[in-house]
Design a protein around this ligand. Structure first.
Ligand SMILES: *[C@@H]1O[C@H](CO)[C@@H](O)[C@H](O)[C@H]1NC(C)=O
Ligand SMILES: *[C@@H]1O[C@H](CO)[C@@H](O)[C@H](O)[C@H]1NC(C)=O
Length: 333
């Protein structure tokens, strides 16, 4: 009724009033009202906005803080194994009885042993690289030496340890296997017989030493597959790394029977870990010797960290644990 009345009025005085928009009615009485309503609306919306902004802001901030804390501290609920690469090879010669002894003393969870075969078929805890250090000959290979020749070599060692002999795998397993959660046997393939009979030789020693917690891994997929074929009750791992000749990363998923994947640590991120975990494979990172990489491996939640400096990794884990608990991170379980 009011509207038709106004339109009627407009019809009666066309020239003056039609310039104003229809519906505004009498300019003297109603001019201020819409503006007032508009500003009231803006004020209310602003107030709501101002009231909601801090909670929203803090919600996202808290979520971010929580995420950062989870990345820093989350591993505490399931800490990775600390694996000593060749024993404590920062404080003693790699793969010497001294290095193993020091690693055991610092209570590592596992020890990785290099496995090389002499030309007469005996397995030694020795890497070509370390043999070259001992002999001073940059082209020495364990596979070119006989058992007798290797047993005549002396390893450099700290004073308090008097065992200078290069240990056989059997000696090493006897010392280590009962005192750690796992022993990783890193099988090296070399001349003169390469993979031939090597899986069998390694499994024989593992059985003789009654090593129930041995894991065997190798850069050679042929060897790893041979071990899987020959034994159903030993954990086998394959290696993921960058091929030094082609620069290409090896396939992430490629051996069904393997329970462990040894991944070169610079290739690891959370996605890689998630993919391997989905296939029920454990991620062992190697060889992690610097502080930043140690932090990263903990954040990425790998299952084990292989390091030449287990004391440093222990210290970092201890420090982060202390900080996290002080910051109120609560452990599950
Ligand atoms: C170094 O080792 C290689 C391979 O074992 C051998 O053929 C060579 O004669 C050695 N050189 C010296 C200087 O001993
Ligand atoms: C694994 O199984 C074989 C038989 O297949 C057995 O002889 C050996 O003792 C077992 N080894 C371990 C470490 O349990």
């Amino acid at each position: 009724m009011a509207i038709s009345g106004r339109i009627g009025a407009a019809r009666r005085q066309p020239a003056a009033l039609l310039r104003r928009p229809i519906g505004h009615g009498d300019p003297r009485r109603h001019r201020r009202l819409p503006r007032f309503r508009l500003s009231l609306g803006i004020i209310i919306i602003s107030l709501v906005f101002i009231a909601l902004l801090p909670p929203i802001f803090f919600h996202f901030r808290l979520r971010r803080i929580h995420k950062l804390q989870l990345r820093k501290c989350g591993w505490l609920n399931d800490p990775p194994l600390v694996c000593a690469h060749g024993g404590d090879s920062t404080n003693a010669f790699p793969n010497s009885m001294a290095a193993y002894g020091l690693a055991l003393r610092s209570k590592v969870d596992c020890i990785e042993i290099d496995v090389s075969r002499s030309n007469d078929g005996v397995l030694f805890a020795l890497h070509d690289r370390d043999l070259q250090r001992i002999t001073g000959n940059a082209t020495s290979k364990v596979g070119k030496y006989s058992m007798k020749e290797i047993s005549e070599l002396d390893v450099p060692h700290p004073q308090e340890f008097n065992d200078k002999k290069i240990p056989t795998i059997e000696d090493a397993l006897k010392l280590i296997s009962g005192s750690v959660r796992h022993v990783i046997l890193d099988a090296k393939v070399g001349p003169p017989s390469y993979e031939k009979g090597l899986a069998n030789d390694i499994l024989s020693v593992v059985e003789r030493a009654r090593c129930k917690n041995c894991i065997i891994w190798a850069k050679s997929d042929t060897l790893a597959r041979d071990v899987i074929k020959l034994s159903s009750n030993i954990t086998v791992g394959y290696i993921v790394m960058i091929d030094p000749n082609t620069g290409v990363r090896s396939n992430l998923l490629r051996m069904k029977g393997a329970g462990v994947v040894g991944v070169y640590h610079l290739l690891i991120d959370e996605t890689l870990v998630r993919i391997l975990h989905r296939r029920k494979k454990k991620v062992f990172a190697w060889t992690v010797d610097d502080i930043d990489s140690m932090h990263k491996m903990l954040s990425d939640k790998v299952d084990a960290v292989v390091t030449s400096n287990p004391s440093l990794l222990h210290k970092i884990m201890y420090d982060i644990r202390t900080e996290c608990l002080e910051e109120g991170f609560s452990l599950q379980g």
